[in-house]
Design a protein around this ligand. Structure first.
Ligand code: FAD
Length: 438
């Protein structure tokens, strides 16, 4: 079937990390192009097959979100065309079926997404089909915030200053979905079930895609205390675009400068990954690739299970396993503990977080891990070693967080520390010093 002809060409809009109708740049640009638009989504088999947990909460969330997007589009007589397979193969099949005259989408900056988009746009080009991509998931992308000489920044503070200056030059203007969108009328749509893709529903619940004014106003004072509900937990919504970054940034601008700083950190790490894609496998500072990491599967297993005998670390790791979330302060401590106290390669910890975090984001996760290990672009110096006990005293003074997640803490059932702090500190200092002087 080819529904397209010279008098009635249709356009495709390809949803990826922008799963919403509101303020969706690429979708709105497609709708403005004057031809009917058919929205599409691909469950990428190559990515899903690599996930280790069949009850992965992110897949349940994604599936639910695709179903509700389809329902929203149905209200306009349209729907979502969904495939489960290889992206390029899906486009080849669809192009035969629909004969799109152009494909619209929002840009993806990760190495995998960039490569996938190049392959698809190259193939569409051979068919005479234009591929239009737009900035959507960040306020400023790629080369928009660079040094005066055009080089990318590698330090956060000057980057954030320039980011804020650009905001004054280019104010944020979110746009709503039109009341009468020119969508392709599309009836026979079917969504693959979770089970048909090899998954089962997760029992982990997803935080709502909204943040209260109160939370934002109190953010600076509360954000470091993991026992409080002091942070927004919006990471998963920013990851999948179920919330517009422009609307969230406007809320931050009116209520919390400290919150805006964190959104700028997110864009800083996206910019770093875009300009330095090698960080996915190597240290940003190459000398750190000489560190003699220890191979200690048992220690790594105890870290993942939250049985290291350091209650603040264990609470964080158990929170992560049970909820898919770990508080930022605790992420810094657990990551430091793995890389410095246990001297285990940051890449193993990064992979564990990538498997378990609801808000897993390649750029921020990699940035956070390289920061904690000392090898990142704007990292803490290697000799700054978090003491997990004093971190707990400072940020969980009443032990509320620890007792919530480690009920046996203080009893004989709780393990002894896996390693003694002073010994671990000296060991890591010696190992890092040696690696960095070779
Ligand atoms: P809030 O404090 O409410 O902040 C709002 C949003 O700002 C976050 O959702 C996030 O998008 C962004 N943000 C906040 N802090 C940071 C930061 N330090 N760096 C980059 N963006 C930030 N963040 C991720 O989004 N995905 C990850 O996979 C990830 N892995 C991390 C791994 C390590 C080792 C460390 C130290 C940090 C990591 N972070 C990651 C950053 C930060 O911990 C989380 O963004 C934050 O804890 C998410 O909770 P929240 O949504 O309540 O954040």
């Amino acid at each position: 079937m080819n529904n397209n002809n010279a008098d009635n060409p249709i356009l495709a809009f390809w949803f990826r990390r922008d799963l919403r109708l509101d303020d969706n740049t690429g979708l709105l640009r497609a709708l403005d192009a004057g031809k009917p638009v058919l929205p599409v989504f691909i469950f990428a088999r190559n990515i899903l097959d690599r996930l280790e947990d069949r009850d992965d909460a992110r897949v349940s969330f994604l599936h639910d979100r695709i179903r509700s997007l389809d329902a929203e589009l149905c209200k306009y007589g349209s729907g979502l065309l969904v495939a489960f397979g290889n992206p390029l193969e899906s486009w080849k099949k669809w192009q035969k079926q629909f004969g799109f005259s152009a494909v619209y989408t929002n840009r993806d900056y990760e190495p995998y997404g960039t490569k996938r988009d190049r392959e698809v746009s190259d193939w569409l080009g051979t068919q005479g089909v234009a591929f239009h991509s737009f900035k959507d998931q960040v306020i400023f992308e790629r080369e928009e915030v660079v040094k005066p000489d055009g080089d990318p920044y590698s330090v956060y503070t000057p980057y954030s200053r320039r980011w804020r200056a650009r905001l004054v030059e280019e104010p944020i203007c979110p746009k709503s979905f039109p009341t009468k969108p020119n969508l392709y009328l599309f009836k026979d749509h079917e969504l693959p079930s979770l089970e048909s893709m090899g998954f089962v529903r997760s029992s982990i619940s997803i935080p709502p895609a909204e943040v209260s004014k109160d939370l934002l106003r109190n953010y600076a004072g509360h954000r470091n205390f993991p026992a409080m509900a002091g942070t927004s937990r919006l990471g998963i919504h920013l990851r999948f675009g179920t919330l517009s970054i422009r609307r969230l940034a406007l809320e931050a601008i009116s209520a919390s400068d400290s919150y805006l700083n964190e959104l700028i950190w997110r864009e800083f790490y996206q910019m770093i990954l875009f300009h330095h894609p090698q960080v996915t496998s190597q240290a940003f500072k190459p000398a750190y690739d000489h560190i003699a990491w220890r191979s200690d599967p048992e220690a790594f297993q105890r870290w993942t299970a939250g049985t290291t005998g350091y209650p603040f670390v264990d609470a964080g790791m158990r929170e992560l396993a049970a909820t898919g979330f770990q508080h930022n302060r605790v992420r810094m401590v657990t990551a430091s503990f793995l890389t410095k106290h246990l001297l285990v390669d940051w890449r193993l910890g990064e992979a564990w977080f990538a498997r378990k975090l609801l808000d897993f984001e390649l750029a921020s996760n990699n940035g956070g891990w390289q920061w904690a290990a000392g090898c990142g672009c704007d990292a803490a110096p290697y000799f700054r070693i978090f003491n997990p006990t004093s971190q707990a005293q400072k940020f969980d003074p009443k032990e509320e967080y620890v007792r919530r997640w480690v009920p046996e803490y203080g009893t004989s059932a709780y393990p002894l520390p896996i390693v003694e702090h002073t010994f671990a500190r000296e060991r890591v200092l010696e190992t890092f010093k040696h690696a960095l002087s070779t």
